[in-house]
Design a protein around this ligand. Structure first.
Ligand SMILES: Nc1ncnc2c1ncn2[C@@H]1O[C@H](COP(=O)(O)OP(=O)(O)O)[C@@H](O)[C@H]1O
Ligand SMILES: [Mg+2]
Length: 392
């Protein structure tokens, strides 16, 4: 029999090999992840104009014309969408085309933390789609991957082991070996930067505990907040994707946050663990408020998002109805639908935005529409926090 340690070591290597293969497949042929182009309907919707208006605009001097394929259909890159928005803002002066926050009138950096005890509850999926949604609409976004399992990082086509490695995470900033500017990187999704993770992020947990043991007054909870304070001026919204537990990294994300999103799938087990999670949060809030600051965890919003919702499942539909009745406005009215396409896209390291469905277009569109509604509702929370007019 093979030694058990040797066997696990071998399995670890095999997983690495499969992962490398997946990254290779995804990045082929340019060896870098790239974003698909967007059709006129999507572009018009993202810019908030009618398709007819877009057709006229592409003839205007200086407005990005996109690329025209055989058959006359146009497509636009995300950079062209951003240029189009800037053009619209220059020519119309309408604030809708400059959605970013206005620090000069007191709109503060929004730090939205996606958190829950339980793995598989849709934190990463919801957080990454939300970050991409915001960037597409012209906000300056930083996505912070706070999970050493680095699934958000991998979704951006980066190999956590080889490309992020020992020195590329928040842990290196904590130990003082890297400046924040050396860690945050632009992604192929223009307007969205990433503070990536790798397994090395685990060192941050030990480092924070170690420093607290050395010095009782060490602000173990405030380090991420400090890092974000140093670069926050560059962004409108920070999206933090947490690991499924409540270690030091999660406490930092809870402390830094201005808003919380708690993804919960409609199943009994998920409610059981979410109950534990809220009890834990209550304890943290009491603790922080008595020992640190009376307004600690004073969030602009806390919203529960139903994830992985199978609308056709009568039990799930019943649970969701019940949950809305009990939690009322704390639960987002919109839910992320459970769709095999999110899984299929995930295997390709893609989000729903990037996935090109081969089969049922209608299923794809339903999933995308539900996801957009969730994102729009969360965007409203940010606008409300900035004191802007909202849709609801
Ligand atoms: N709405 C959904 N429909 C189908 N699969 C989903 C959906 N949301 C998440 N998944 C899948 O469930 C798994 C766990 O989701 P993930 O977002 O990584 O959860 P977490 O970050 O909470 O651990 C992933 O394989 C993901 O592709
Ligand atoms: Mg995750």
């Amino acid at each position: 029999m093979e030694d058990i340690a040797v066997r696990f070591e071998r399995f670890a290597e095999l997983c690495r090999a499969v992962q490398r293969k997946a990254v290779e497949l995804e990045n082929h042929p340019e060896k870098r992840k790239r974003l698909r182009r967007f059709g006129p309907g999507e572009v018009a919707s993202v810019l908030g104009i009618s398709p007819g208006h877009l057709r006229n605009l592409v003839r205007e001097p200086g407005f990005p014309a996109g690329e025209t394929q055989a058959g006359g259909r146009r497509s636009f890159s995300i950079e062209e969408i951003h240029r189009a928005r800037t053009w619209l803002h220059r020519t119309t002066g309408h604030p809708r085309y400059a959605p970013g926050r206005r620090a000069e009138v007191g709109e503060r950096l929004q730090i939205v933390t996606f958190v829950n005890f339980k793995g598989g509850s849709g934190k990463t999926t919801t957080a990454v789609h939300f970050a991409q949604y915001l960037a597409l609409r012209g906000y300056r976004v930083l996505l912070v991957d706070l999970d050493p399992q680095a699934s958000a990082t991998a979704l951006f086509g980066l190999d956590p082991d080889t490309e992020i490695g020992e020195s590329g995470t928040f842990a290196s900033w904590l130990s003082g070996t890297r400046q924040v500017g050396e860690l945050v990187r632009p992604t192929y999704w223009a307007g969205l930067d990433l503070l990536p993770a790798s397994i090395a992020l685990q060192h941050a947990e030990y480092e924070l505990v170690g420093r607290l043991l050395e010095r009782r007054d060490f602000a173990f909870y405030g380090q991420l907040g400090e890092l974000l304070g140093a670069i926050g001026a560059r962004y409108d919204v920070v999206v933090c994707d947490c690991r499924p537990d409540v270690g030091m990294l999660t406490l930092n994300a809870l402390w830094a946050a201005t808003g919380l999103v708690v993804p919960i799938p409609p199943s009994m087990l998920d409610f059981a663990s979410s109950g534990e999670f809220f009890r834990f949060l209550a304890g943290v809030a009491r603790d922080f408020r008595t020992t640190l600051r009376s307004d600690a965890l004073d969030y602009d919003f806390v919203r529960i998002v139903t994830t992985r919702f199978k609308a056709a499942d009568r039990n799930q539909a019943e649970i969701v109805r019940w949950k809305r009745a009990l939690f009322q406005e704390a639960v987002l009215g919109e839910a992320m639908l459970d769709t095999a396409l999110i899984d299929a896209a995930g295997i390709l390291k893609e989000t729903l935005y990037e996935y090109e469905p081969s089969g049922n277009r209608r299923t794809y569109e339903r999933g995308l529409e539900a996801m957009e509604r969730v994102n729009r509702a969360l965007e409203q929370e940010i606008l409300r926090a900035w004191g802007r007019p909202t849709e609801s």
